[in-house]
Write a protein that binds this ligand. Sequence first.
Ligand SMILES: Cc1cc2nc3c(=O)[nH]c(=O)nc-3n(C[C@H](O)[C@H](O)[C@H](O)COP(=O)(O)OP(=O)(O)OC[C@H]3O[C@@H](n4cnc5c(N)ncnc54)[C@H](O)[C@@H]3O)c2cc1C
Length: 497
Amino acid sequence: MGARTGAQFLEGLRRNPPTLYIDGERVQDPTTHPKTMHVAHSLAGLYDLQHDPAYRDVLTYEENGERYGMSFLVPRTKEDLRRRGDMHKAWADASLGFMGRTPDYMNVNLMAAAMAPEYFEGCEGSGPVGSGRNYGENMRRYYEYVRDHDLCLTHALTNPQVNRAKMASEMPDPFIALGVVRETDEGIVVRGARMMATLPIADEILIFPSTVLKENADKSQYAMAFAVPTNAPGLYFQCREPFDLGRDVEDHPLSSRFDEQDAFVIFDDVLVPWERVFLLYDVKLANQAYGRTTAVLHMAHQVVCGKIAKTEALLGVAQSIVNTIGSGQFQHVQQKVSEFIVTLEIMKALRVAAEEGATVNDYGVMTPARGPLDAARNYYPQVYPRLNELIQLLGASGIIMMPTKADREGPMGPHIAKYLQAGNGTAEERLRLFRLAWDMTLSSFGARQNLYEKHFFGDPVRMQCALYEVYDKAPYVERVRGFLERRETPLTVAADD
Ligand SMILES: Cc1cc2nc3c(=O)[nH]c(=O)nc-3n(C[C@H](O)[C@H](O)[C@H](O)COP(=O)(O)OP(=O)(O)OC[C@H]3O[C@@H](n4cnc5c(N)ncnc54)[C@H](O)[C@@H]3O)c2cc1C
C-alpha cells in the first residue's frame, strides 16, 4: 500500500480502535470521541500532506514502484539524511513543533533496529531463519509491515514509578513492571505496566527494552522487545486528563488540535505472537539495544529537526508580540528576542553538524553524528523553560487578559475591539496571537510541553551522566597536560597542533 492518506489512517483507527480509557470511560471510536477526534484529524492531515503535490517529494520516496513515507527510508548517504531531516521538519511545522511524537519518530527507530538483524539474532533463544523465532528476521519483517501499511506507532519504555529505590523484581508484586509470565506455542504472555506512552491514538505499540535493567540473571524476565496492535486483548491505555476541551481554535489554538495525549499502559496477560518478539531475556542486549543499533541517533535526528520548528515558532510569536505592543525599541526586549535567535541558530547548526558528520554504522546505515545530537538533547531541555519565561516576560499581562471569542462576539465586543486593539492591528488579531502565546507557555497544554521537553528523551540527570561517560575527554586532558609541560619562552606550537 505505501504512504497512506488521512482518510486511510482514520479508517484504520475506526476499524481497530486502540483500547483507550478517558475520564472513566472506554473510547469507542477515537476519530469521533470529543477528546481525541481533533488530534486524530490533525494526524490525518499529516498523512494527507504526503499526497500534496507541494510536499510529496519531501515527505515520501519511491522504491520498487511504490511510494513510502520518507521516515521509513534507509539512509545510505548524507543526502538521504538531509532529505529525511527536511521531512521531519515539514511534519513538525504543521503543529509549530508542538506535537513531538508525530509517527516519524517511531518510524526511524524501527528502521534502524530492522537494519541491525544480527544484533537481535545474537539474543539467546533466537531461532533459525523462517522459524518464527528468529528475532532479527522478525524485526526486519515488522519494519516492512509497518512501512508497507504506513502504520502509526506509540511506545513505552519506563516502568511504573512505584519505588525507584527498588528493582522491578523487588516490588510488592513482581509484575508491576512489565514482565514475561509464560511462554506458549503461540508466543509470550506479558503482564505489568509501562509508565508512559505518548500518542496512544496509534495503530500499534512497540515495546523496547527499558534501559535501566541491572545485569542480573533473575531480572531477565523484564528484558524484552516486541510489538502488538493497540487493541490487542488485555492491553489498556489509561489516558491522562485531556487538554482538548472542545474549545474554538481561536481560543485554544494548540490544545484544540494537537493534544497528542499520554497514557499509562497496562498489559493484562497480553499474548505476543512469536513473530512479533524481537528480543527476550537478554539483559545486556536489552540495555544496549538503542545505542548499538543506533536507533537513538536516528530518533535524536527527528528531535533536533522538530525542536528547530518549535524554536522558529517561539521566535515568531515573540517578535509578533513585540510588533503588536510596540515594545521593540527597548534594549532589554531586543536582548530577549535575541535569546530565541541564539537558540535557533545553535539547534540549526547542530542539525547540520549531525548530518555532515554522519558515518555509516555497523549495519550499513548512514547515521547522524552522535556528538551534535547529544549536545542538542542535553541543551534543549535546559533552554526550553527559559524560552517559555521569555514569552511571558515579553507578553506580560497580555498573555492572561484575553477575552474569548464568545466575549469578542458578545455584548462587550465593541469595548474589546477598542481597548484591546493592537498597535498594529485589530483586537481579534491581537487576541489570536496572545492566545497562541498562552497555549504555548501557560495553559495546561503549555505546562505539559515544559515537562515534556525536560523528560521525553529520558531523565535529564542521567542523560548528562551518560554524556559524561561516553564523551572522549582524554584528548583535551592530554592537551592541557602537554601545555603545562612546555617551559620554553616564547611558547612554540607543537607540530600536531
Ligand atoms: C510528557 C511526557 C511524555 C513522555 N512520553 C513518553 C513516551 O512516549 N514513551 C516513553 O517510553 N516514555 C515517555 N516519557 C517518559 C520519560 O522517558 C521519563 O519521564 C524519563 O525517562 C524519566 O523517567 P521517570 O519519569 O520515570 O522519572 P524517574 O525515573 O521516576 O525519576 C524521578 C526523579 O528521581 C530521580 N531518579 C530516579 N532514579 C534515578 C537514578 N537511578 N539515578 C539518578 N536519579 C534518579 C530523577 O533524576 C528524577 O529527579 C514521557 C515523559 C513525559 C513527562
